[in-house]
Ligand binder design. Structure first.
Ligand SMILES: [Zn+2]
Length: 529
């Protein structure tokens, strides 16, 4: 990941399944001035939040649910519910078209941010690393433990405290999101809201597949609206609070609407496919449900970089010939079939640094974000060596296989739990079995319990690949100091020095100490400066 200056965070890569399954791409994020940065955002945000957004965000979903519930009971009211659905859909399409226009206008300013420019914007960023020069690095002790500690000592105490607070707050957010998901399912199931929506969808759609797709649209919109207050808090206010967000509220919200559109299309497609499969396979639906889910996951990985990512960011070939040559040199050294490197304007959303390389079914691309491009060449080389490692070691395919196993066990559990719940509550909730799309909130609730409980397993599977990629990257790029510098920057949003159990449970990437130690261990063994 190329990152130009020292201040911001590098988000090396988020190689979760979603990111991993994209066409090979390496993206690096560089902090860049936001096009909307001229707005007096920071002063206005607290007041806006307190007096406008919070009350509205809290009031709107409650009122809407109240209205929907009132309209559901009688058949004649079904038409007014459809009007509501239709007007919501219309508003969504309108918002999407407006979003297109807004994005066209919000072309990022030329990223003329030099190191000086970044320093000038430093008051916004609360993240600092004590700067050093090459002489400092060369004079580091050979011993990996001591060198690692010297690197970590460059993080000021308040920076570490802020990073810890941000990351540990994320533990609680995982819990709140989980609880909220369960509450939404319960809300939709009780009083048979879900069953009634299914009946309305059938009246409109006439065929099972169309009904299930329409239900998917409903579920996507309903869960989005009901979780909006938490989404706004964790996605907008919290990111501003910690100085990582670069967007004002309106462009941020437009991005959310765009992603809601994509999510809704995905839900419609996924439910139509999944429930068609479940109904046709009887008692063995958990096996074929796994197969269908994996097929859709592969599809998502394939189209993600081509159709989804460009919805919120602009991708273009890297303009810096030095960076391009450096990345291609490493790619060709390991026979990665790419002839170009792409950058994207992640800085319009965040200060985090990131990059990714992915390739599936013959496609491959390397993408860095513009925040990464503002770092030094050794850092960019270290990050891209890591990303190429994911590609060369076939981490996408291995990740999919691991995921298939995890999902199969999940479906097994879901079948058992769903059958038990349906026996007990199916009648009261108006559900007609596992093949009834109205039972989807119950399925999601059960599956989310499983995913929540297995969080440490999922994290460890991903983290293991990240450690492998780090070591591959060191061997390829031969930049232990570039690696260590980037790792320090990642502290902006990831706790740098957790305990071993904490890292096992909560970390989907190794911690800063872990990664720097790997780099310093390589340096010690190889005897490089
Ligand atoms: Zn990675």
């Amino acid at each position: 990941m190329p990152r130009r200056a020292s201040s911001t965070t590098l988000r090396k890569d988020r190689l979760d399944l979603e990111g991993r399954l994209r066409n090979t791409r390496v993206s690096a994020i560089v902090r860049q001035p936001n096009a909307t940065g001229a707005w007096p955002r920071l002063q206005l945000v607290p007041a806006f939040r307190r007096f406008v957004v919070y009350p509205l965000a809290l009031a709107m979903p409650l009122r809407r649910m109240h209205r929907i519930r009132r309209r559901m009971p009688t058949p004649t009211q079904g038409t007014s519910t459809m009007k509501t659905i239709r007007s919501v859909t219309t508003a969504l399409l309108l918002a999407l078209s407006l979003a297109g226009g807004a994005r066209a206008q919000a072309a990022p300013e030329a990223s003329a941010a030099t190191t000086a420019g970044l320093a000038a914007s430093a008051p916004v960023s609360k993240f600092h690393i004590r700067p050093v020069d090459d002489a400092w690095r060369a004079s580091l002790p050979r011993n990996a433990d001591a060198a690692t500690q010297a690197y970590l000592d460059r993080l000021p105490a308040d920076t570490v405290a802020r990073s810890n607070a941000y990351f540990e707050g994320g533990y609680w957010l995982q819990l709140w999101n989980f609880v909220l998901g369960l509450a939404i399912s319960w809300l939709l199931l009780r009083r048979q809201i879900s069953a009634r929506v299914r009946d309305i969808c059938l009246r409109v759609g006439r065929f099972g597949v169309v009904r299930d797709a329409l239900y998917g649209v409903f579920f996507s919109l309903a869960s989005w609206v009901l979780s909006l207050p938490l989404t706004i808090y964790q996605g907008f206010f919290r990111e501003h609070q910690y100085g990582m967000a670069t967007q004002t509220f309106v462009p941020w919200f437009v991005d959310q609407l765009v992603m809601l559109g994509a999510q809704t299309a995905a839900f419609a497609l996924a439910l139509a496919v999944l429930y068609a499969v479940i109904r046709r396979t009887g008692e063995r639906w958990w096996i074929w449900g796994t197969v269908a889910t994996m097929a859709m996951l592969v599809f998502a990985v394939m189209i993600g970089p081509v159709w989804i990512d460009p919805l919120t960011n602009t991708y273009k070939p890297v303009s810096d010939p030095v960076v391009k040559a450096a990345v291609l040199q490493m790619a060709h050294a390991d026979d990665v079939p790419v002839d170009n490197v792409y950058e994207f304007d992640a800085s319009r959303q965040t200060t985090r640094v990131s990059a990714n390389v992915s390739g599936i079914l013959g496609t491959a691309s390397v993408r860095l974000n513009d925040n990464l491009l503002r770092t030094s060449l050794p850092e960019i080389r270290a990050v891209m060596g890591h990303e190429l490692g994911h590609y060369v070691m076939n981490h996408i395919y291995k990740g999919l296989c691991e995921m298939a196993l995890l999902i199969l066990v999940g479906f097994t559990f879901a079948k058992w739990a769903l059958d038990a719940m349906l026996r007990r509550y199916g009648g009261a909730w108006g559900l007609q079995g596992a093949g009834d799309v109205a039972s989807f909130p119950l399925f999601i609730a059960v599956f989310s319990v499983y995913m929540f409980v297995t969080t440490p397993i999922g994290n460890t599977l991903v983290r293991t690949q990240e450690i492998e990629a780090d070591r591959f990257g060191l061997n390829l790029a031969r930049e232990p100091h570039g690696e260590a510098e980037v790792d320090l920057k990642l502290t902006e949003y990831r706790k740098p020095d957790p305990g071993p159990i904490e890292e096992f449970v909560f970390f989907d990437h190794p911690s800063t100490r872990h990664r720097i130690h790997d780099a310093m261990q390589w340096r010690e063994a190889m005897g490089t400066p």
